[in-house]
Design a protein around this ligand. Structure first.
Ligand code: APR
Length: 254
């Protein structure tokens, strides 16, 4: 089947769906200037996740994590939602079909695009907390400490280590968010997966719930994923190009 036919098929499935949930990964933000993790040139090629992104190495070498954070923050701060994020916002507001976005991303771009129910299963960079007294810090507070040369940033109250509320390898995913994500997928008649290699568990297990309950499954990804064979339609391509094309066909057939 040609890509054009797949796009038409995806639009047809969306037209006939009433409760759509999106599941996204780093790939949806690549066209916003934020590299993904596992593509050639991705973040894990430059920063070995075993050294920079596990909970245990954060506790023993927090400077490594915060150094990576400072090198990446310009990219994230300047990033804008791209047309794939905006397409999901339209599916919620213009078409009234998208009910939630489950994202592995911590770049806040879905919220900035306008989606109102965003389930961040790998946490967020918007807040951090002190590992000593659990005090919460906002993004700007921590960035100020870093700009003043505090590396690693420490709690002014108890001098404990400050850690972003992103989920590092070896950390539990937020149970409540994971449960809400499962409930959303159980309620959905269509799951649209965008920009994820679907290789990191337990997040990657979520799309299989849609398959198990017989919901529709659309996958938009630059490369093949392990779930493609279970999808009603799997489209290989750039999300920022494919998603607007699907919505353009949807406009014609609605
Ligand atoms: N459009 C669509 N897909 C894209 C694009 C794009 N413009 N650019 C890259 N991709 C695809 C890649 O081909 C890849 O399959 O997006 C996928 C991104 O996969 P990963 O880099 O593995 O990112 P992700 O699936 O989000 O990783 C899950 O792993 O390291 C942890 O916590 C991290 O949340 C992350 C989790």
């Amino acid at each position: 089947m040609s890509q054009e036919d797949k796009i038409k098929q995806a639009a047809e499935i969306i037209k006939n769906s009433t409760y759509i949930v999106a599941f996204t990964g780093a790939g949806i933000s690549v066209e916003s200037g934020i590299p993904d993790f596992r593509s050639p040139g991705g973040l894990w090629e430059k920063y070995n996740p075993n050294e920079y992104a596990t909970y245990s190495t954060f506790l023993t070498h927090p400077v490594k994590y915060w150094t990576m954070h400072m090198e990446l923050r310009e990219m994230v701060i300047d990033a804008q939602p791209n047309s794939a994020h905006n397409a999901l916002a339209s599916l919620e507001h213009k078409y009234g079909k998208l009910k939630s976005v489950i994202t592995q991303n911590v770049d806040f771009l879905h919220s900035r695009a306008g989606n109102t129910k965003v389930l961040e299963i790998h946490g967020t960079t918007q807040t951090s907390r002190c590992l000593g007294c659990d005090k919460t810090f906002y993004f700007t507070e921590v960035e100020e400490m870093l700009d003043q040369g505090q590396l690693p940033p420490r709690c002014p109250r108890c001098r404990g280590l400050i850690k972003p509320n992103t989920i590092l390898f070896g950390e539990q995913l937020p149970y409540d968010v994971l449960e809400q994500s499962r409930e959303e997928i159980m309620a959905a008649d269509l799951l649209i997966v965008i920009g994820s290699s679907l290789t990191v568990y337990p997040a990657a297990a979520l799309p299989s719930i849609a398959v198990q309950i017989g919901s529709g499954l659309i996958i938009v990804n630059k490369e093949f994923t392990p779930m493609d064979t279970y999808a009603n339609v799997a489209i290989q391509g750039m999300a920022g190009i494919i998603m607007p094309k699907i919505l353009a066909v949807l406009d014609e057939i609605l």
